[in-house]
Design a protein around this ligand. Structure first.
Ligand SMILES: [Zn+2]
Length: 209
């Protein structure tokens, strides 16, 4: 099954991708990882991407599409795959449609309130780097690391303001894609606000696996 996972930060898309990958034996292809892999193998595309990213510029669509195309042509992707982080734009979606025929697009839908609860609860130990979550994985004593007693801090991207901004950016970028895939009849919306086991059941229902 060839599919795309769409979902805002905090919707648990990555966790679901690894569960579906294990259940169906198909690769999980994220563009972030694909960039890093091409850069580390020093492929021709990787070298181009690296010089663009080193300048602080955005990787243009044609390079991203070329990298995705090359990845989808490998033998392990023959039975299907989960694309994550791609497409991000309508031109990318159009380019993808020319390369492959998708089976479905899973849209992980979650209220902003729940996403904010998940994303702003993260705390990190500045000394050892251990990550906690005030609701899901709290330290034994509030605000301090279990391992070394250091005072936990909140990363700049996890503040309320930064999270709201990330969600707005996501929403603006993804709305057109959701309409595009809805018009193509490919969208299956899953309620991602539930606990992970329940969300996985919804995904299995949506994919009929
Ligand atoms: Zn620590």
């Amino acid at each position: 099954m060839k599919m795309i996972f769409l979902g805002p930060p905090g919707a648990g898309k990555g966790t679901m991708a690894s569960k579906v990958k294990a259940a169906m034996g198909i690769p999980h292809i994220s563009t972030g990882e694909l960039f890093r892999d091409n850069v580390s193998r020093q492929t021709e595309l990787g070298l181009q991407v690296k010089s663009i990213m080193d300048r602080g510029d955005l990787v243009p669509d044609d390079l991203t599409v070329a990298m995705v195309k090359e990845r989808l042509e490998r033998p392990d992707a023959e039975k299907g795959y989960i694309l994550d982080g791609f497409p991000r734009t309508i031109p990318q979606a159009e380019a993808l449609a020319k390369i492959v025929e998708l089976d479905c697009v899973v849209n992980f839908s979650c209220s902003d309130e729940e996403l904010i609860r998940r994303l702003t609860g993260r705390r990190q130990c500045p000394k050892c780097g251990r990550i906690y979550h005030i609701a899901f994985m709290p330290p034994k004593a509030e605000g301090v690391c279990d391992d070394d007693g250091a005072t936990l801090s909140i990363r700049a991207d996890d503040t309320l303001e930064a999270v709201q901004n990330r969600l707005e950016v996501y929403e603006a970028a993804t709305k057109p894609l959701i309409s595009w895939y809805t018009n193509n009849g490919l969208i299956k919306t899953v309620d991602a606000s539930a606990a992970p086991d329940a969300v996985f059941d919804f995904v299995k229902d949506a994919l009929e696996i």
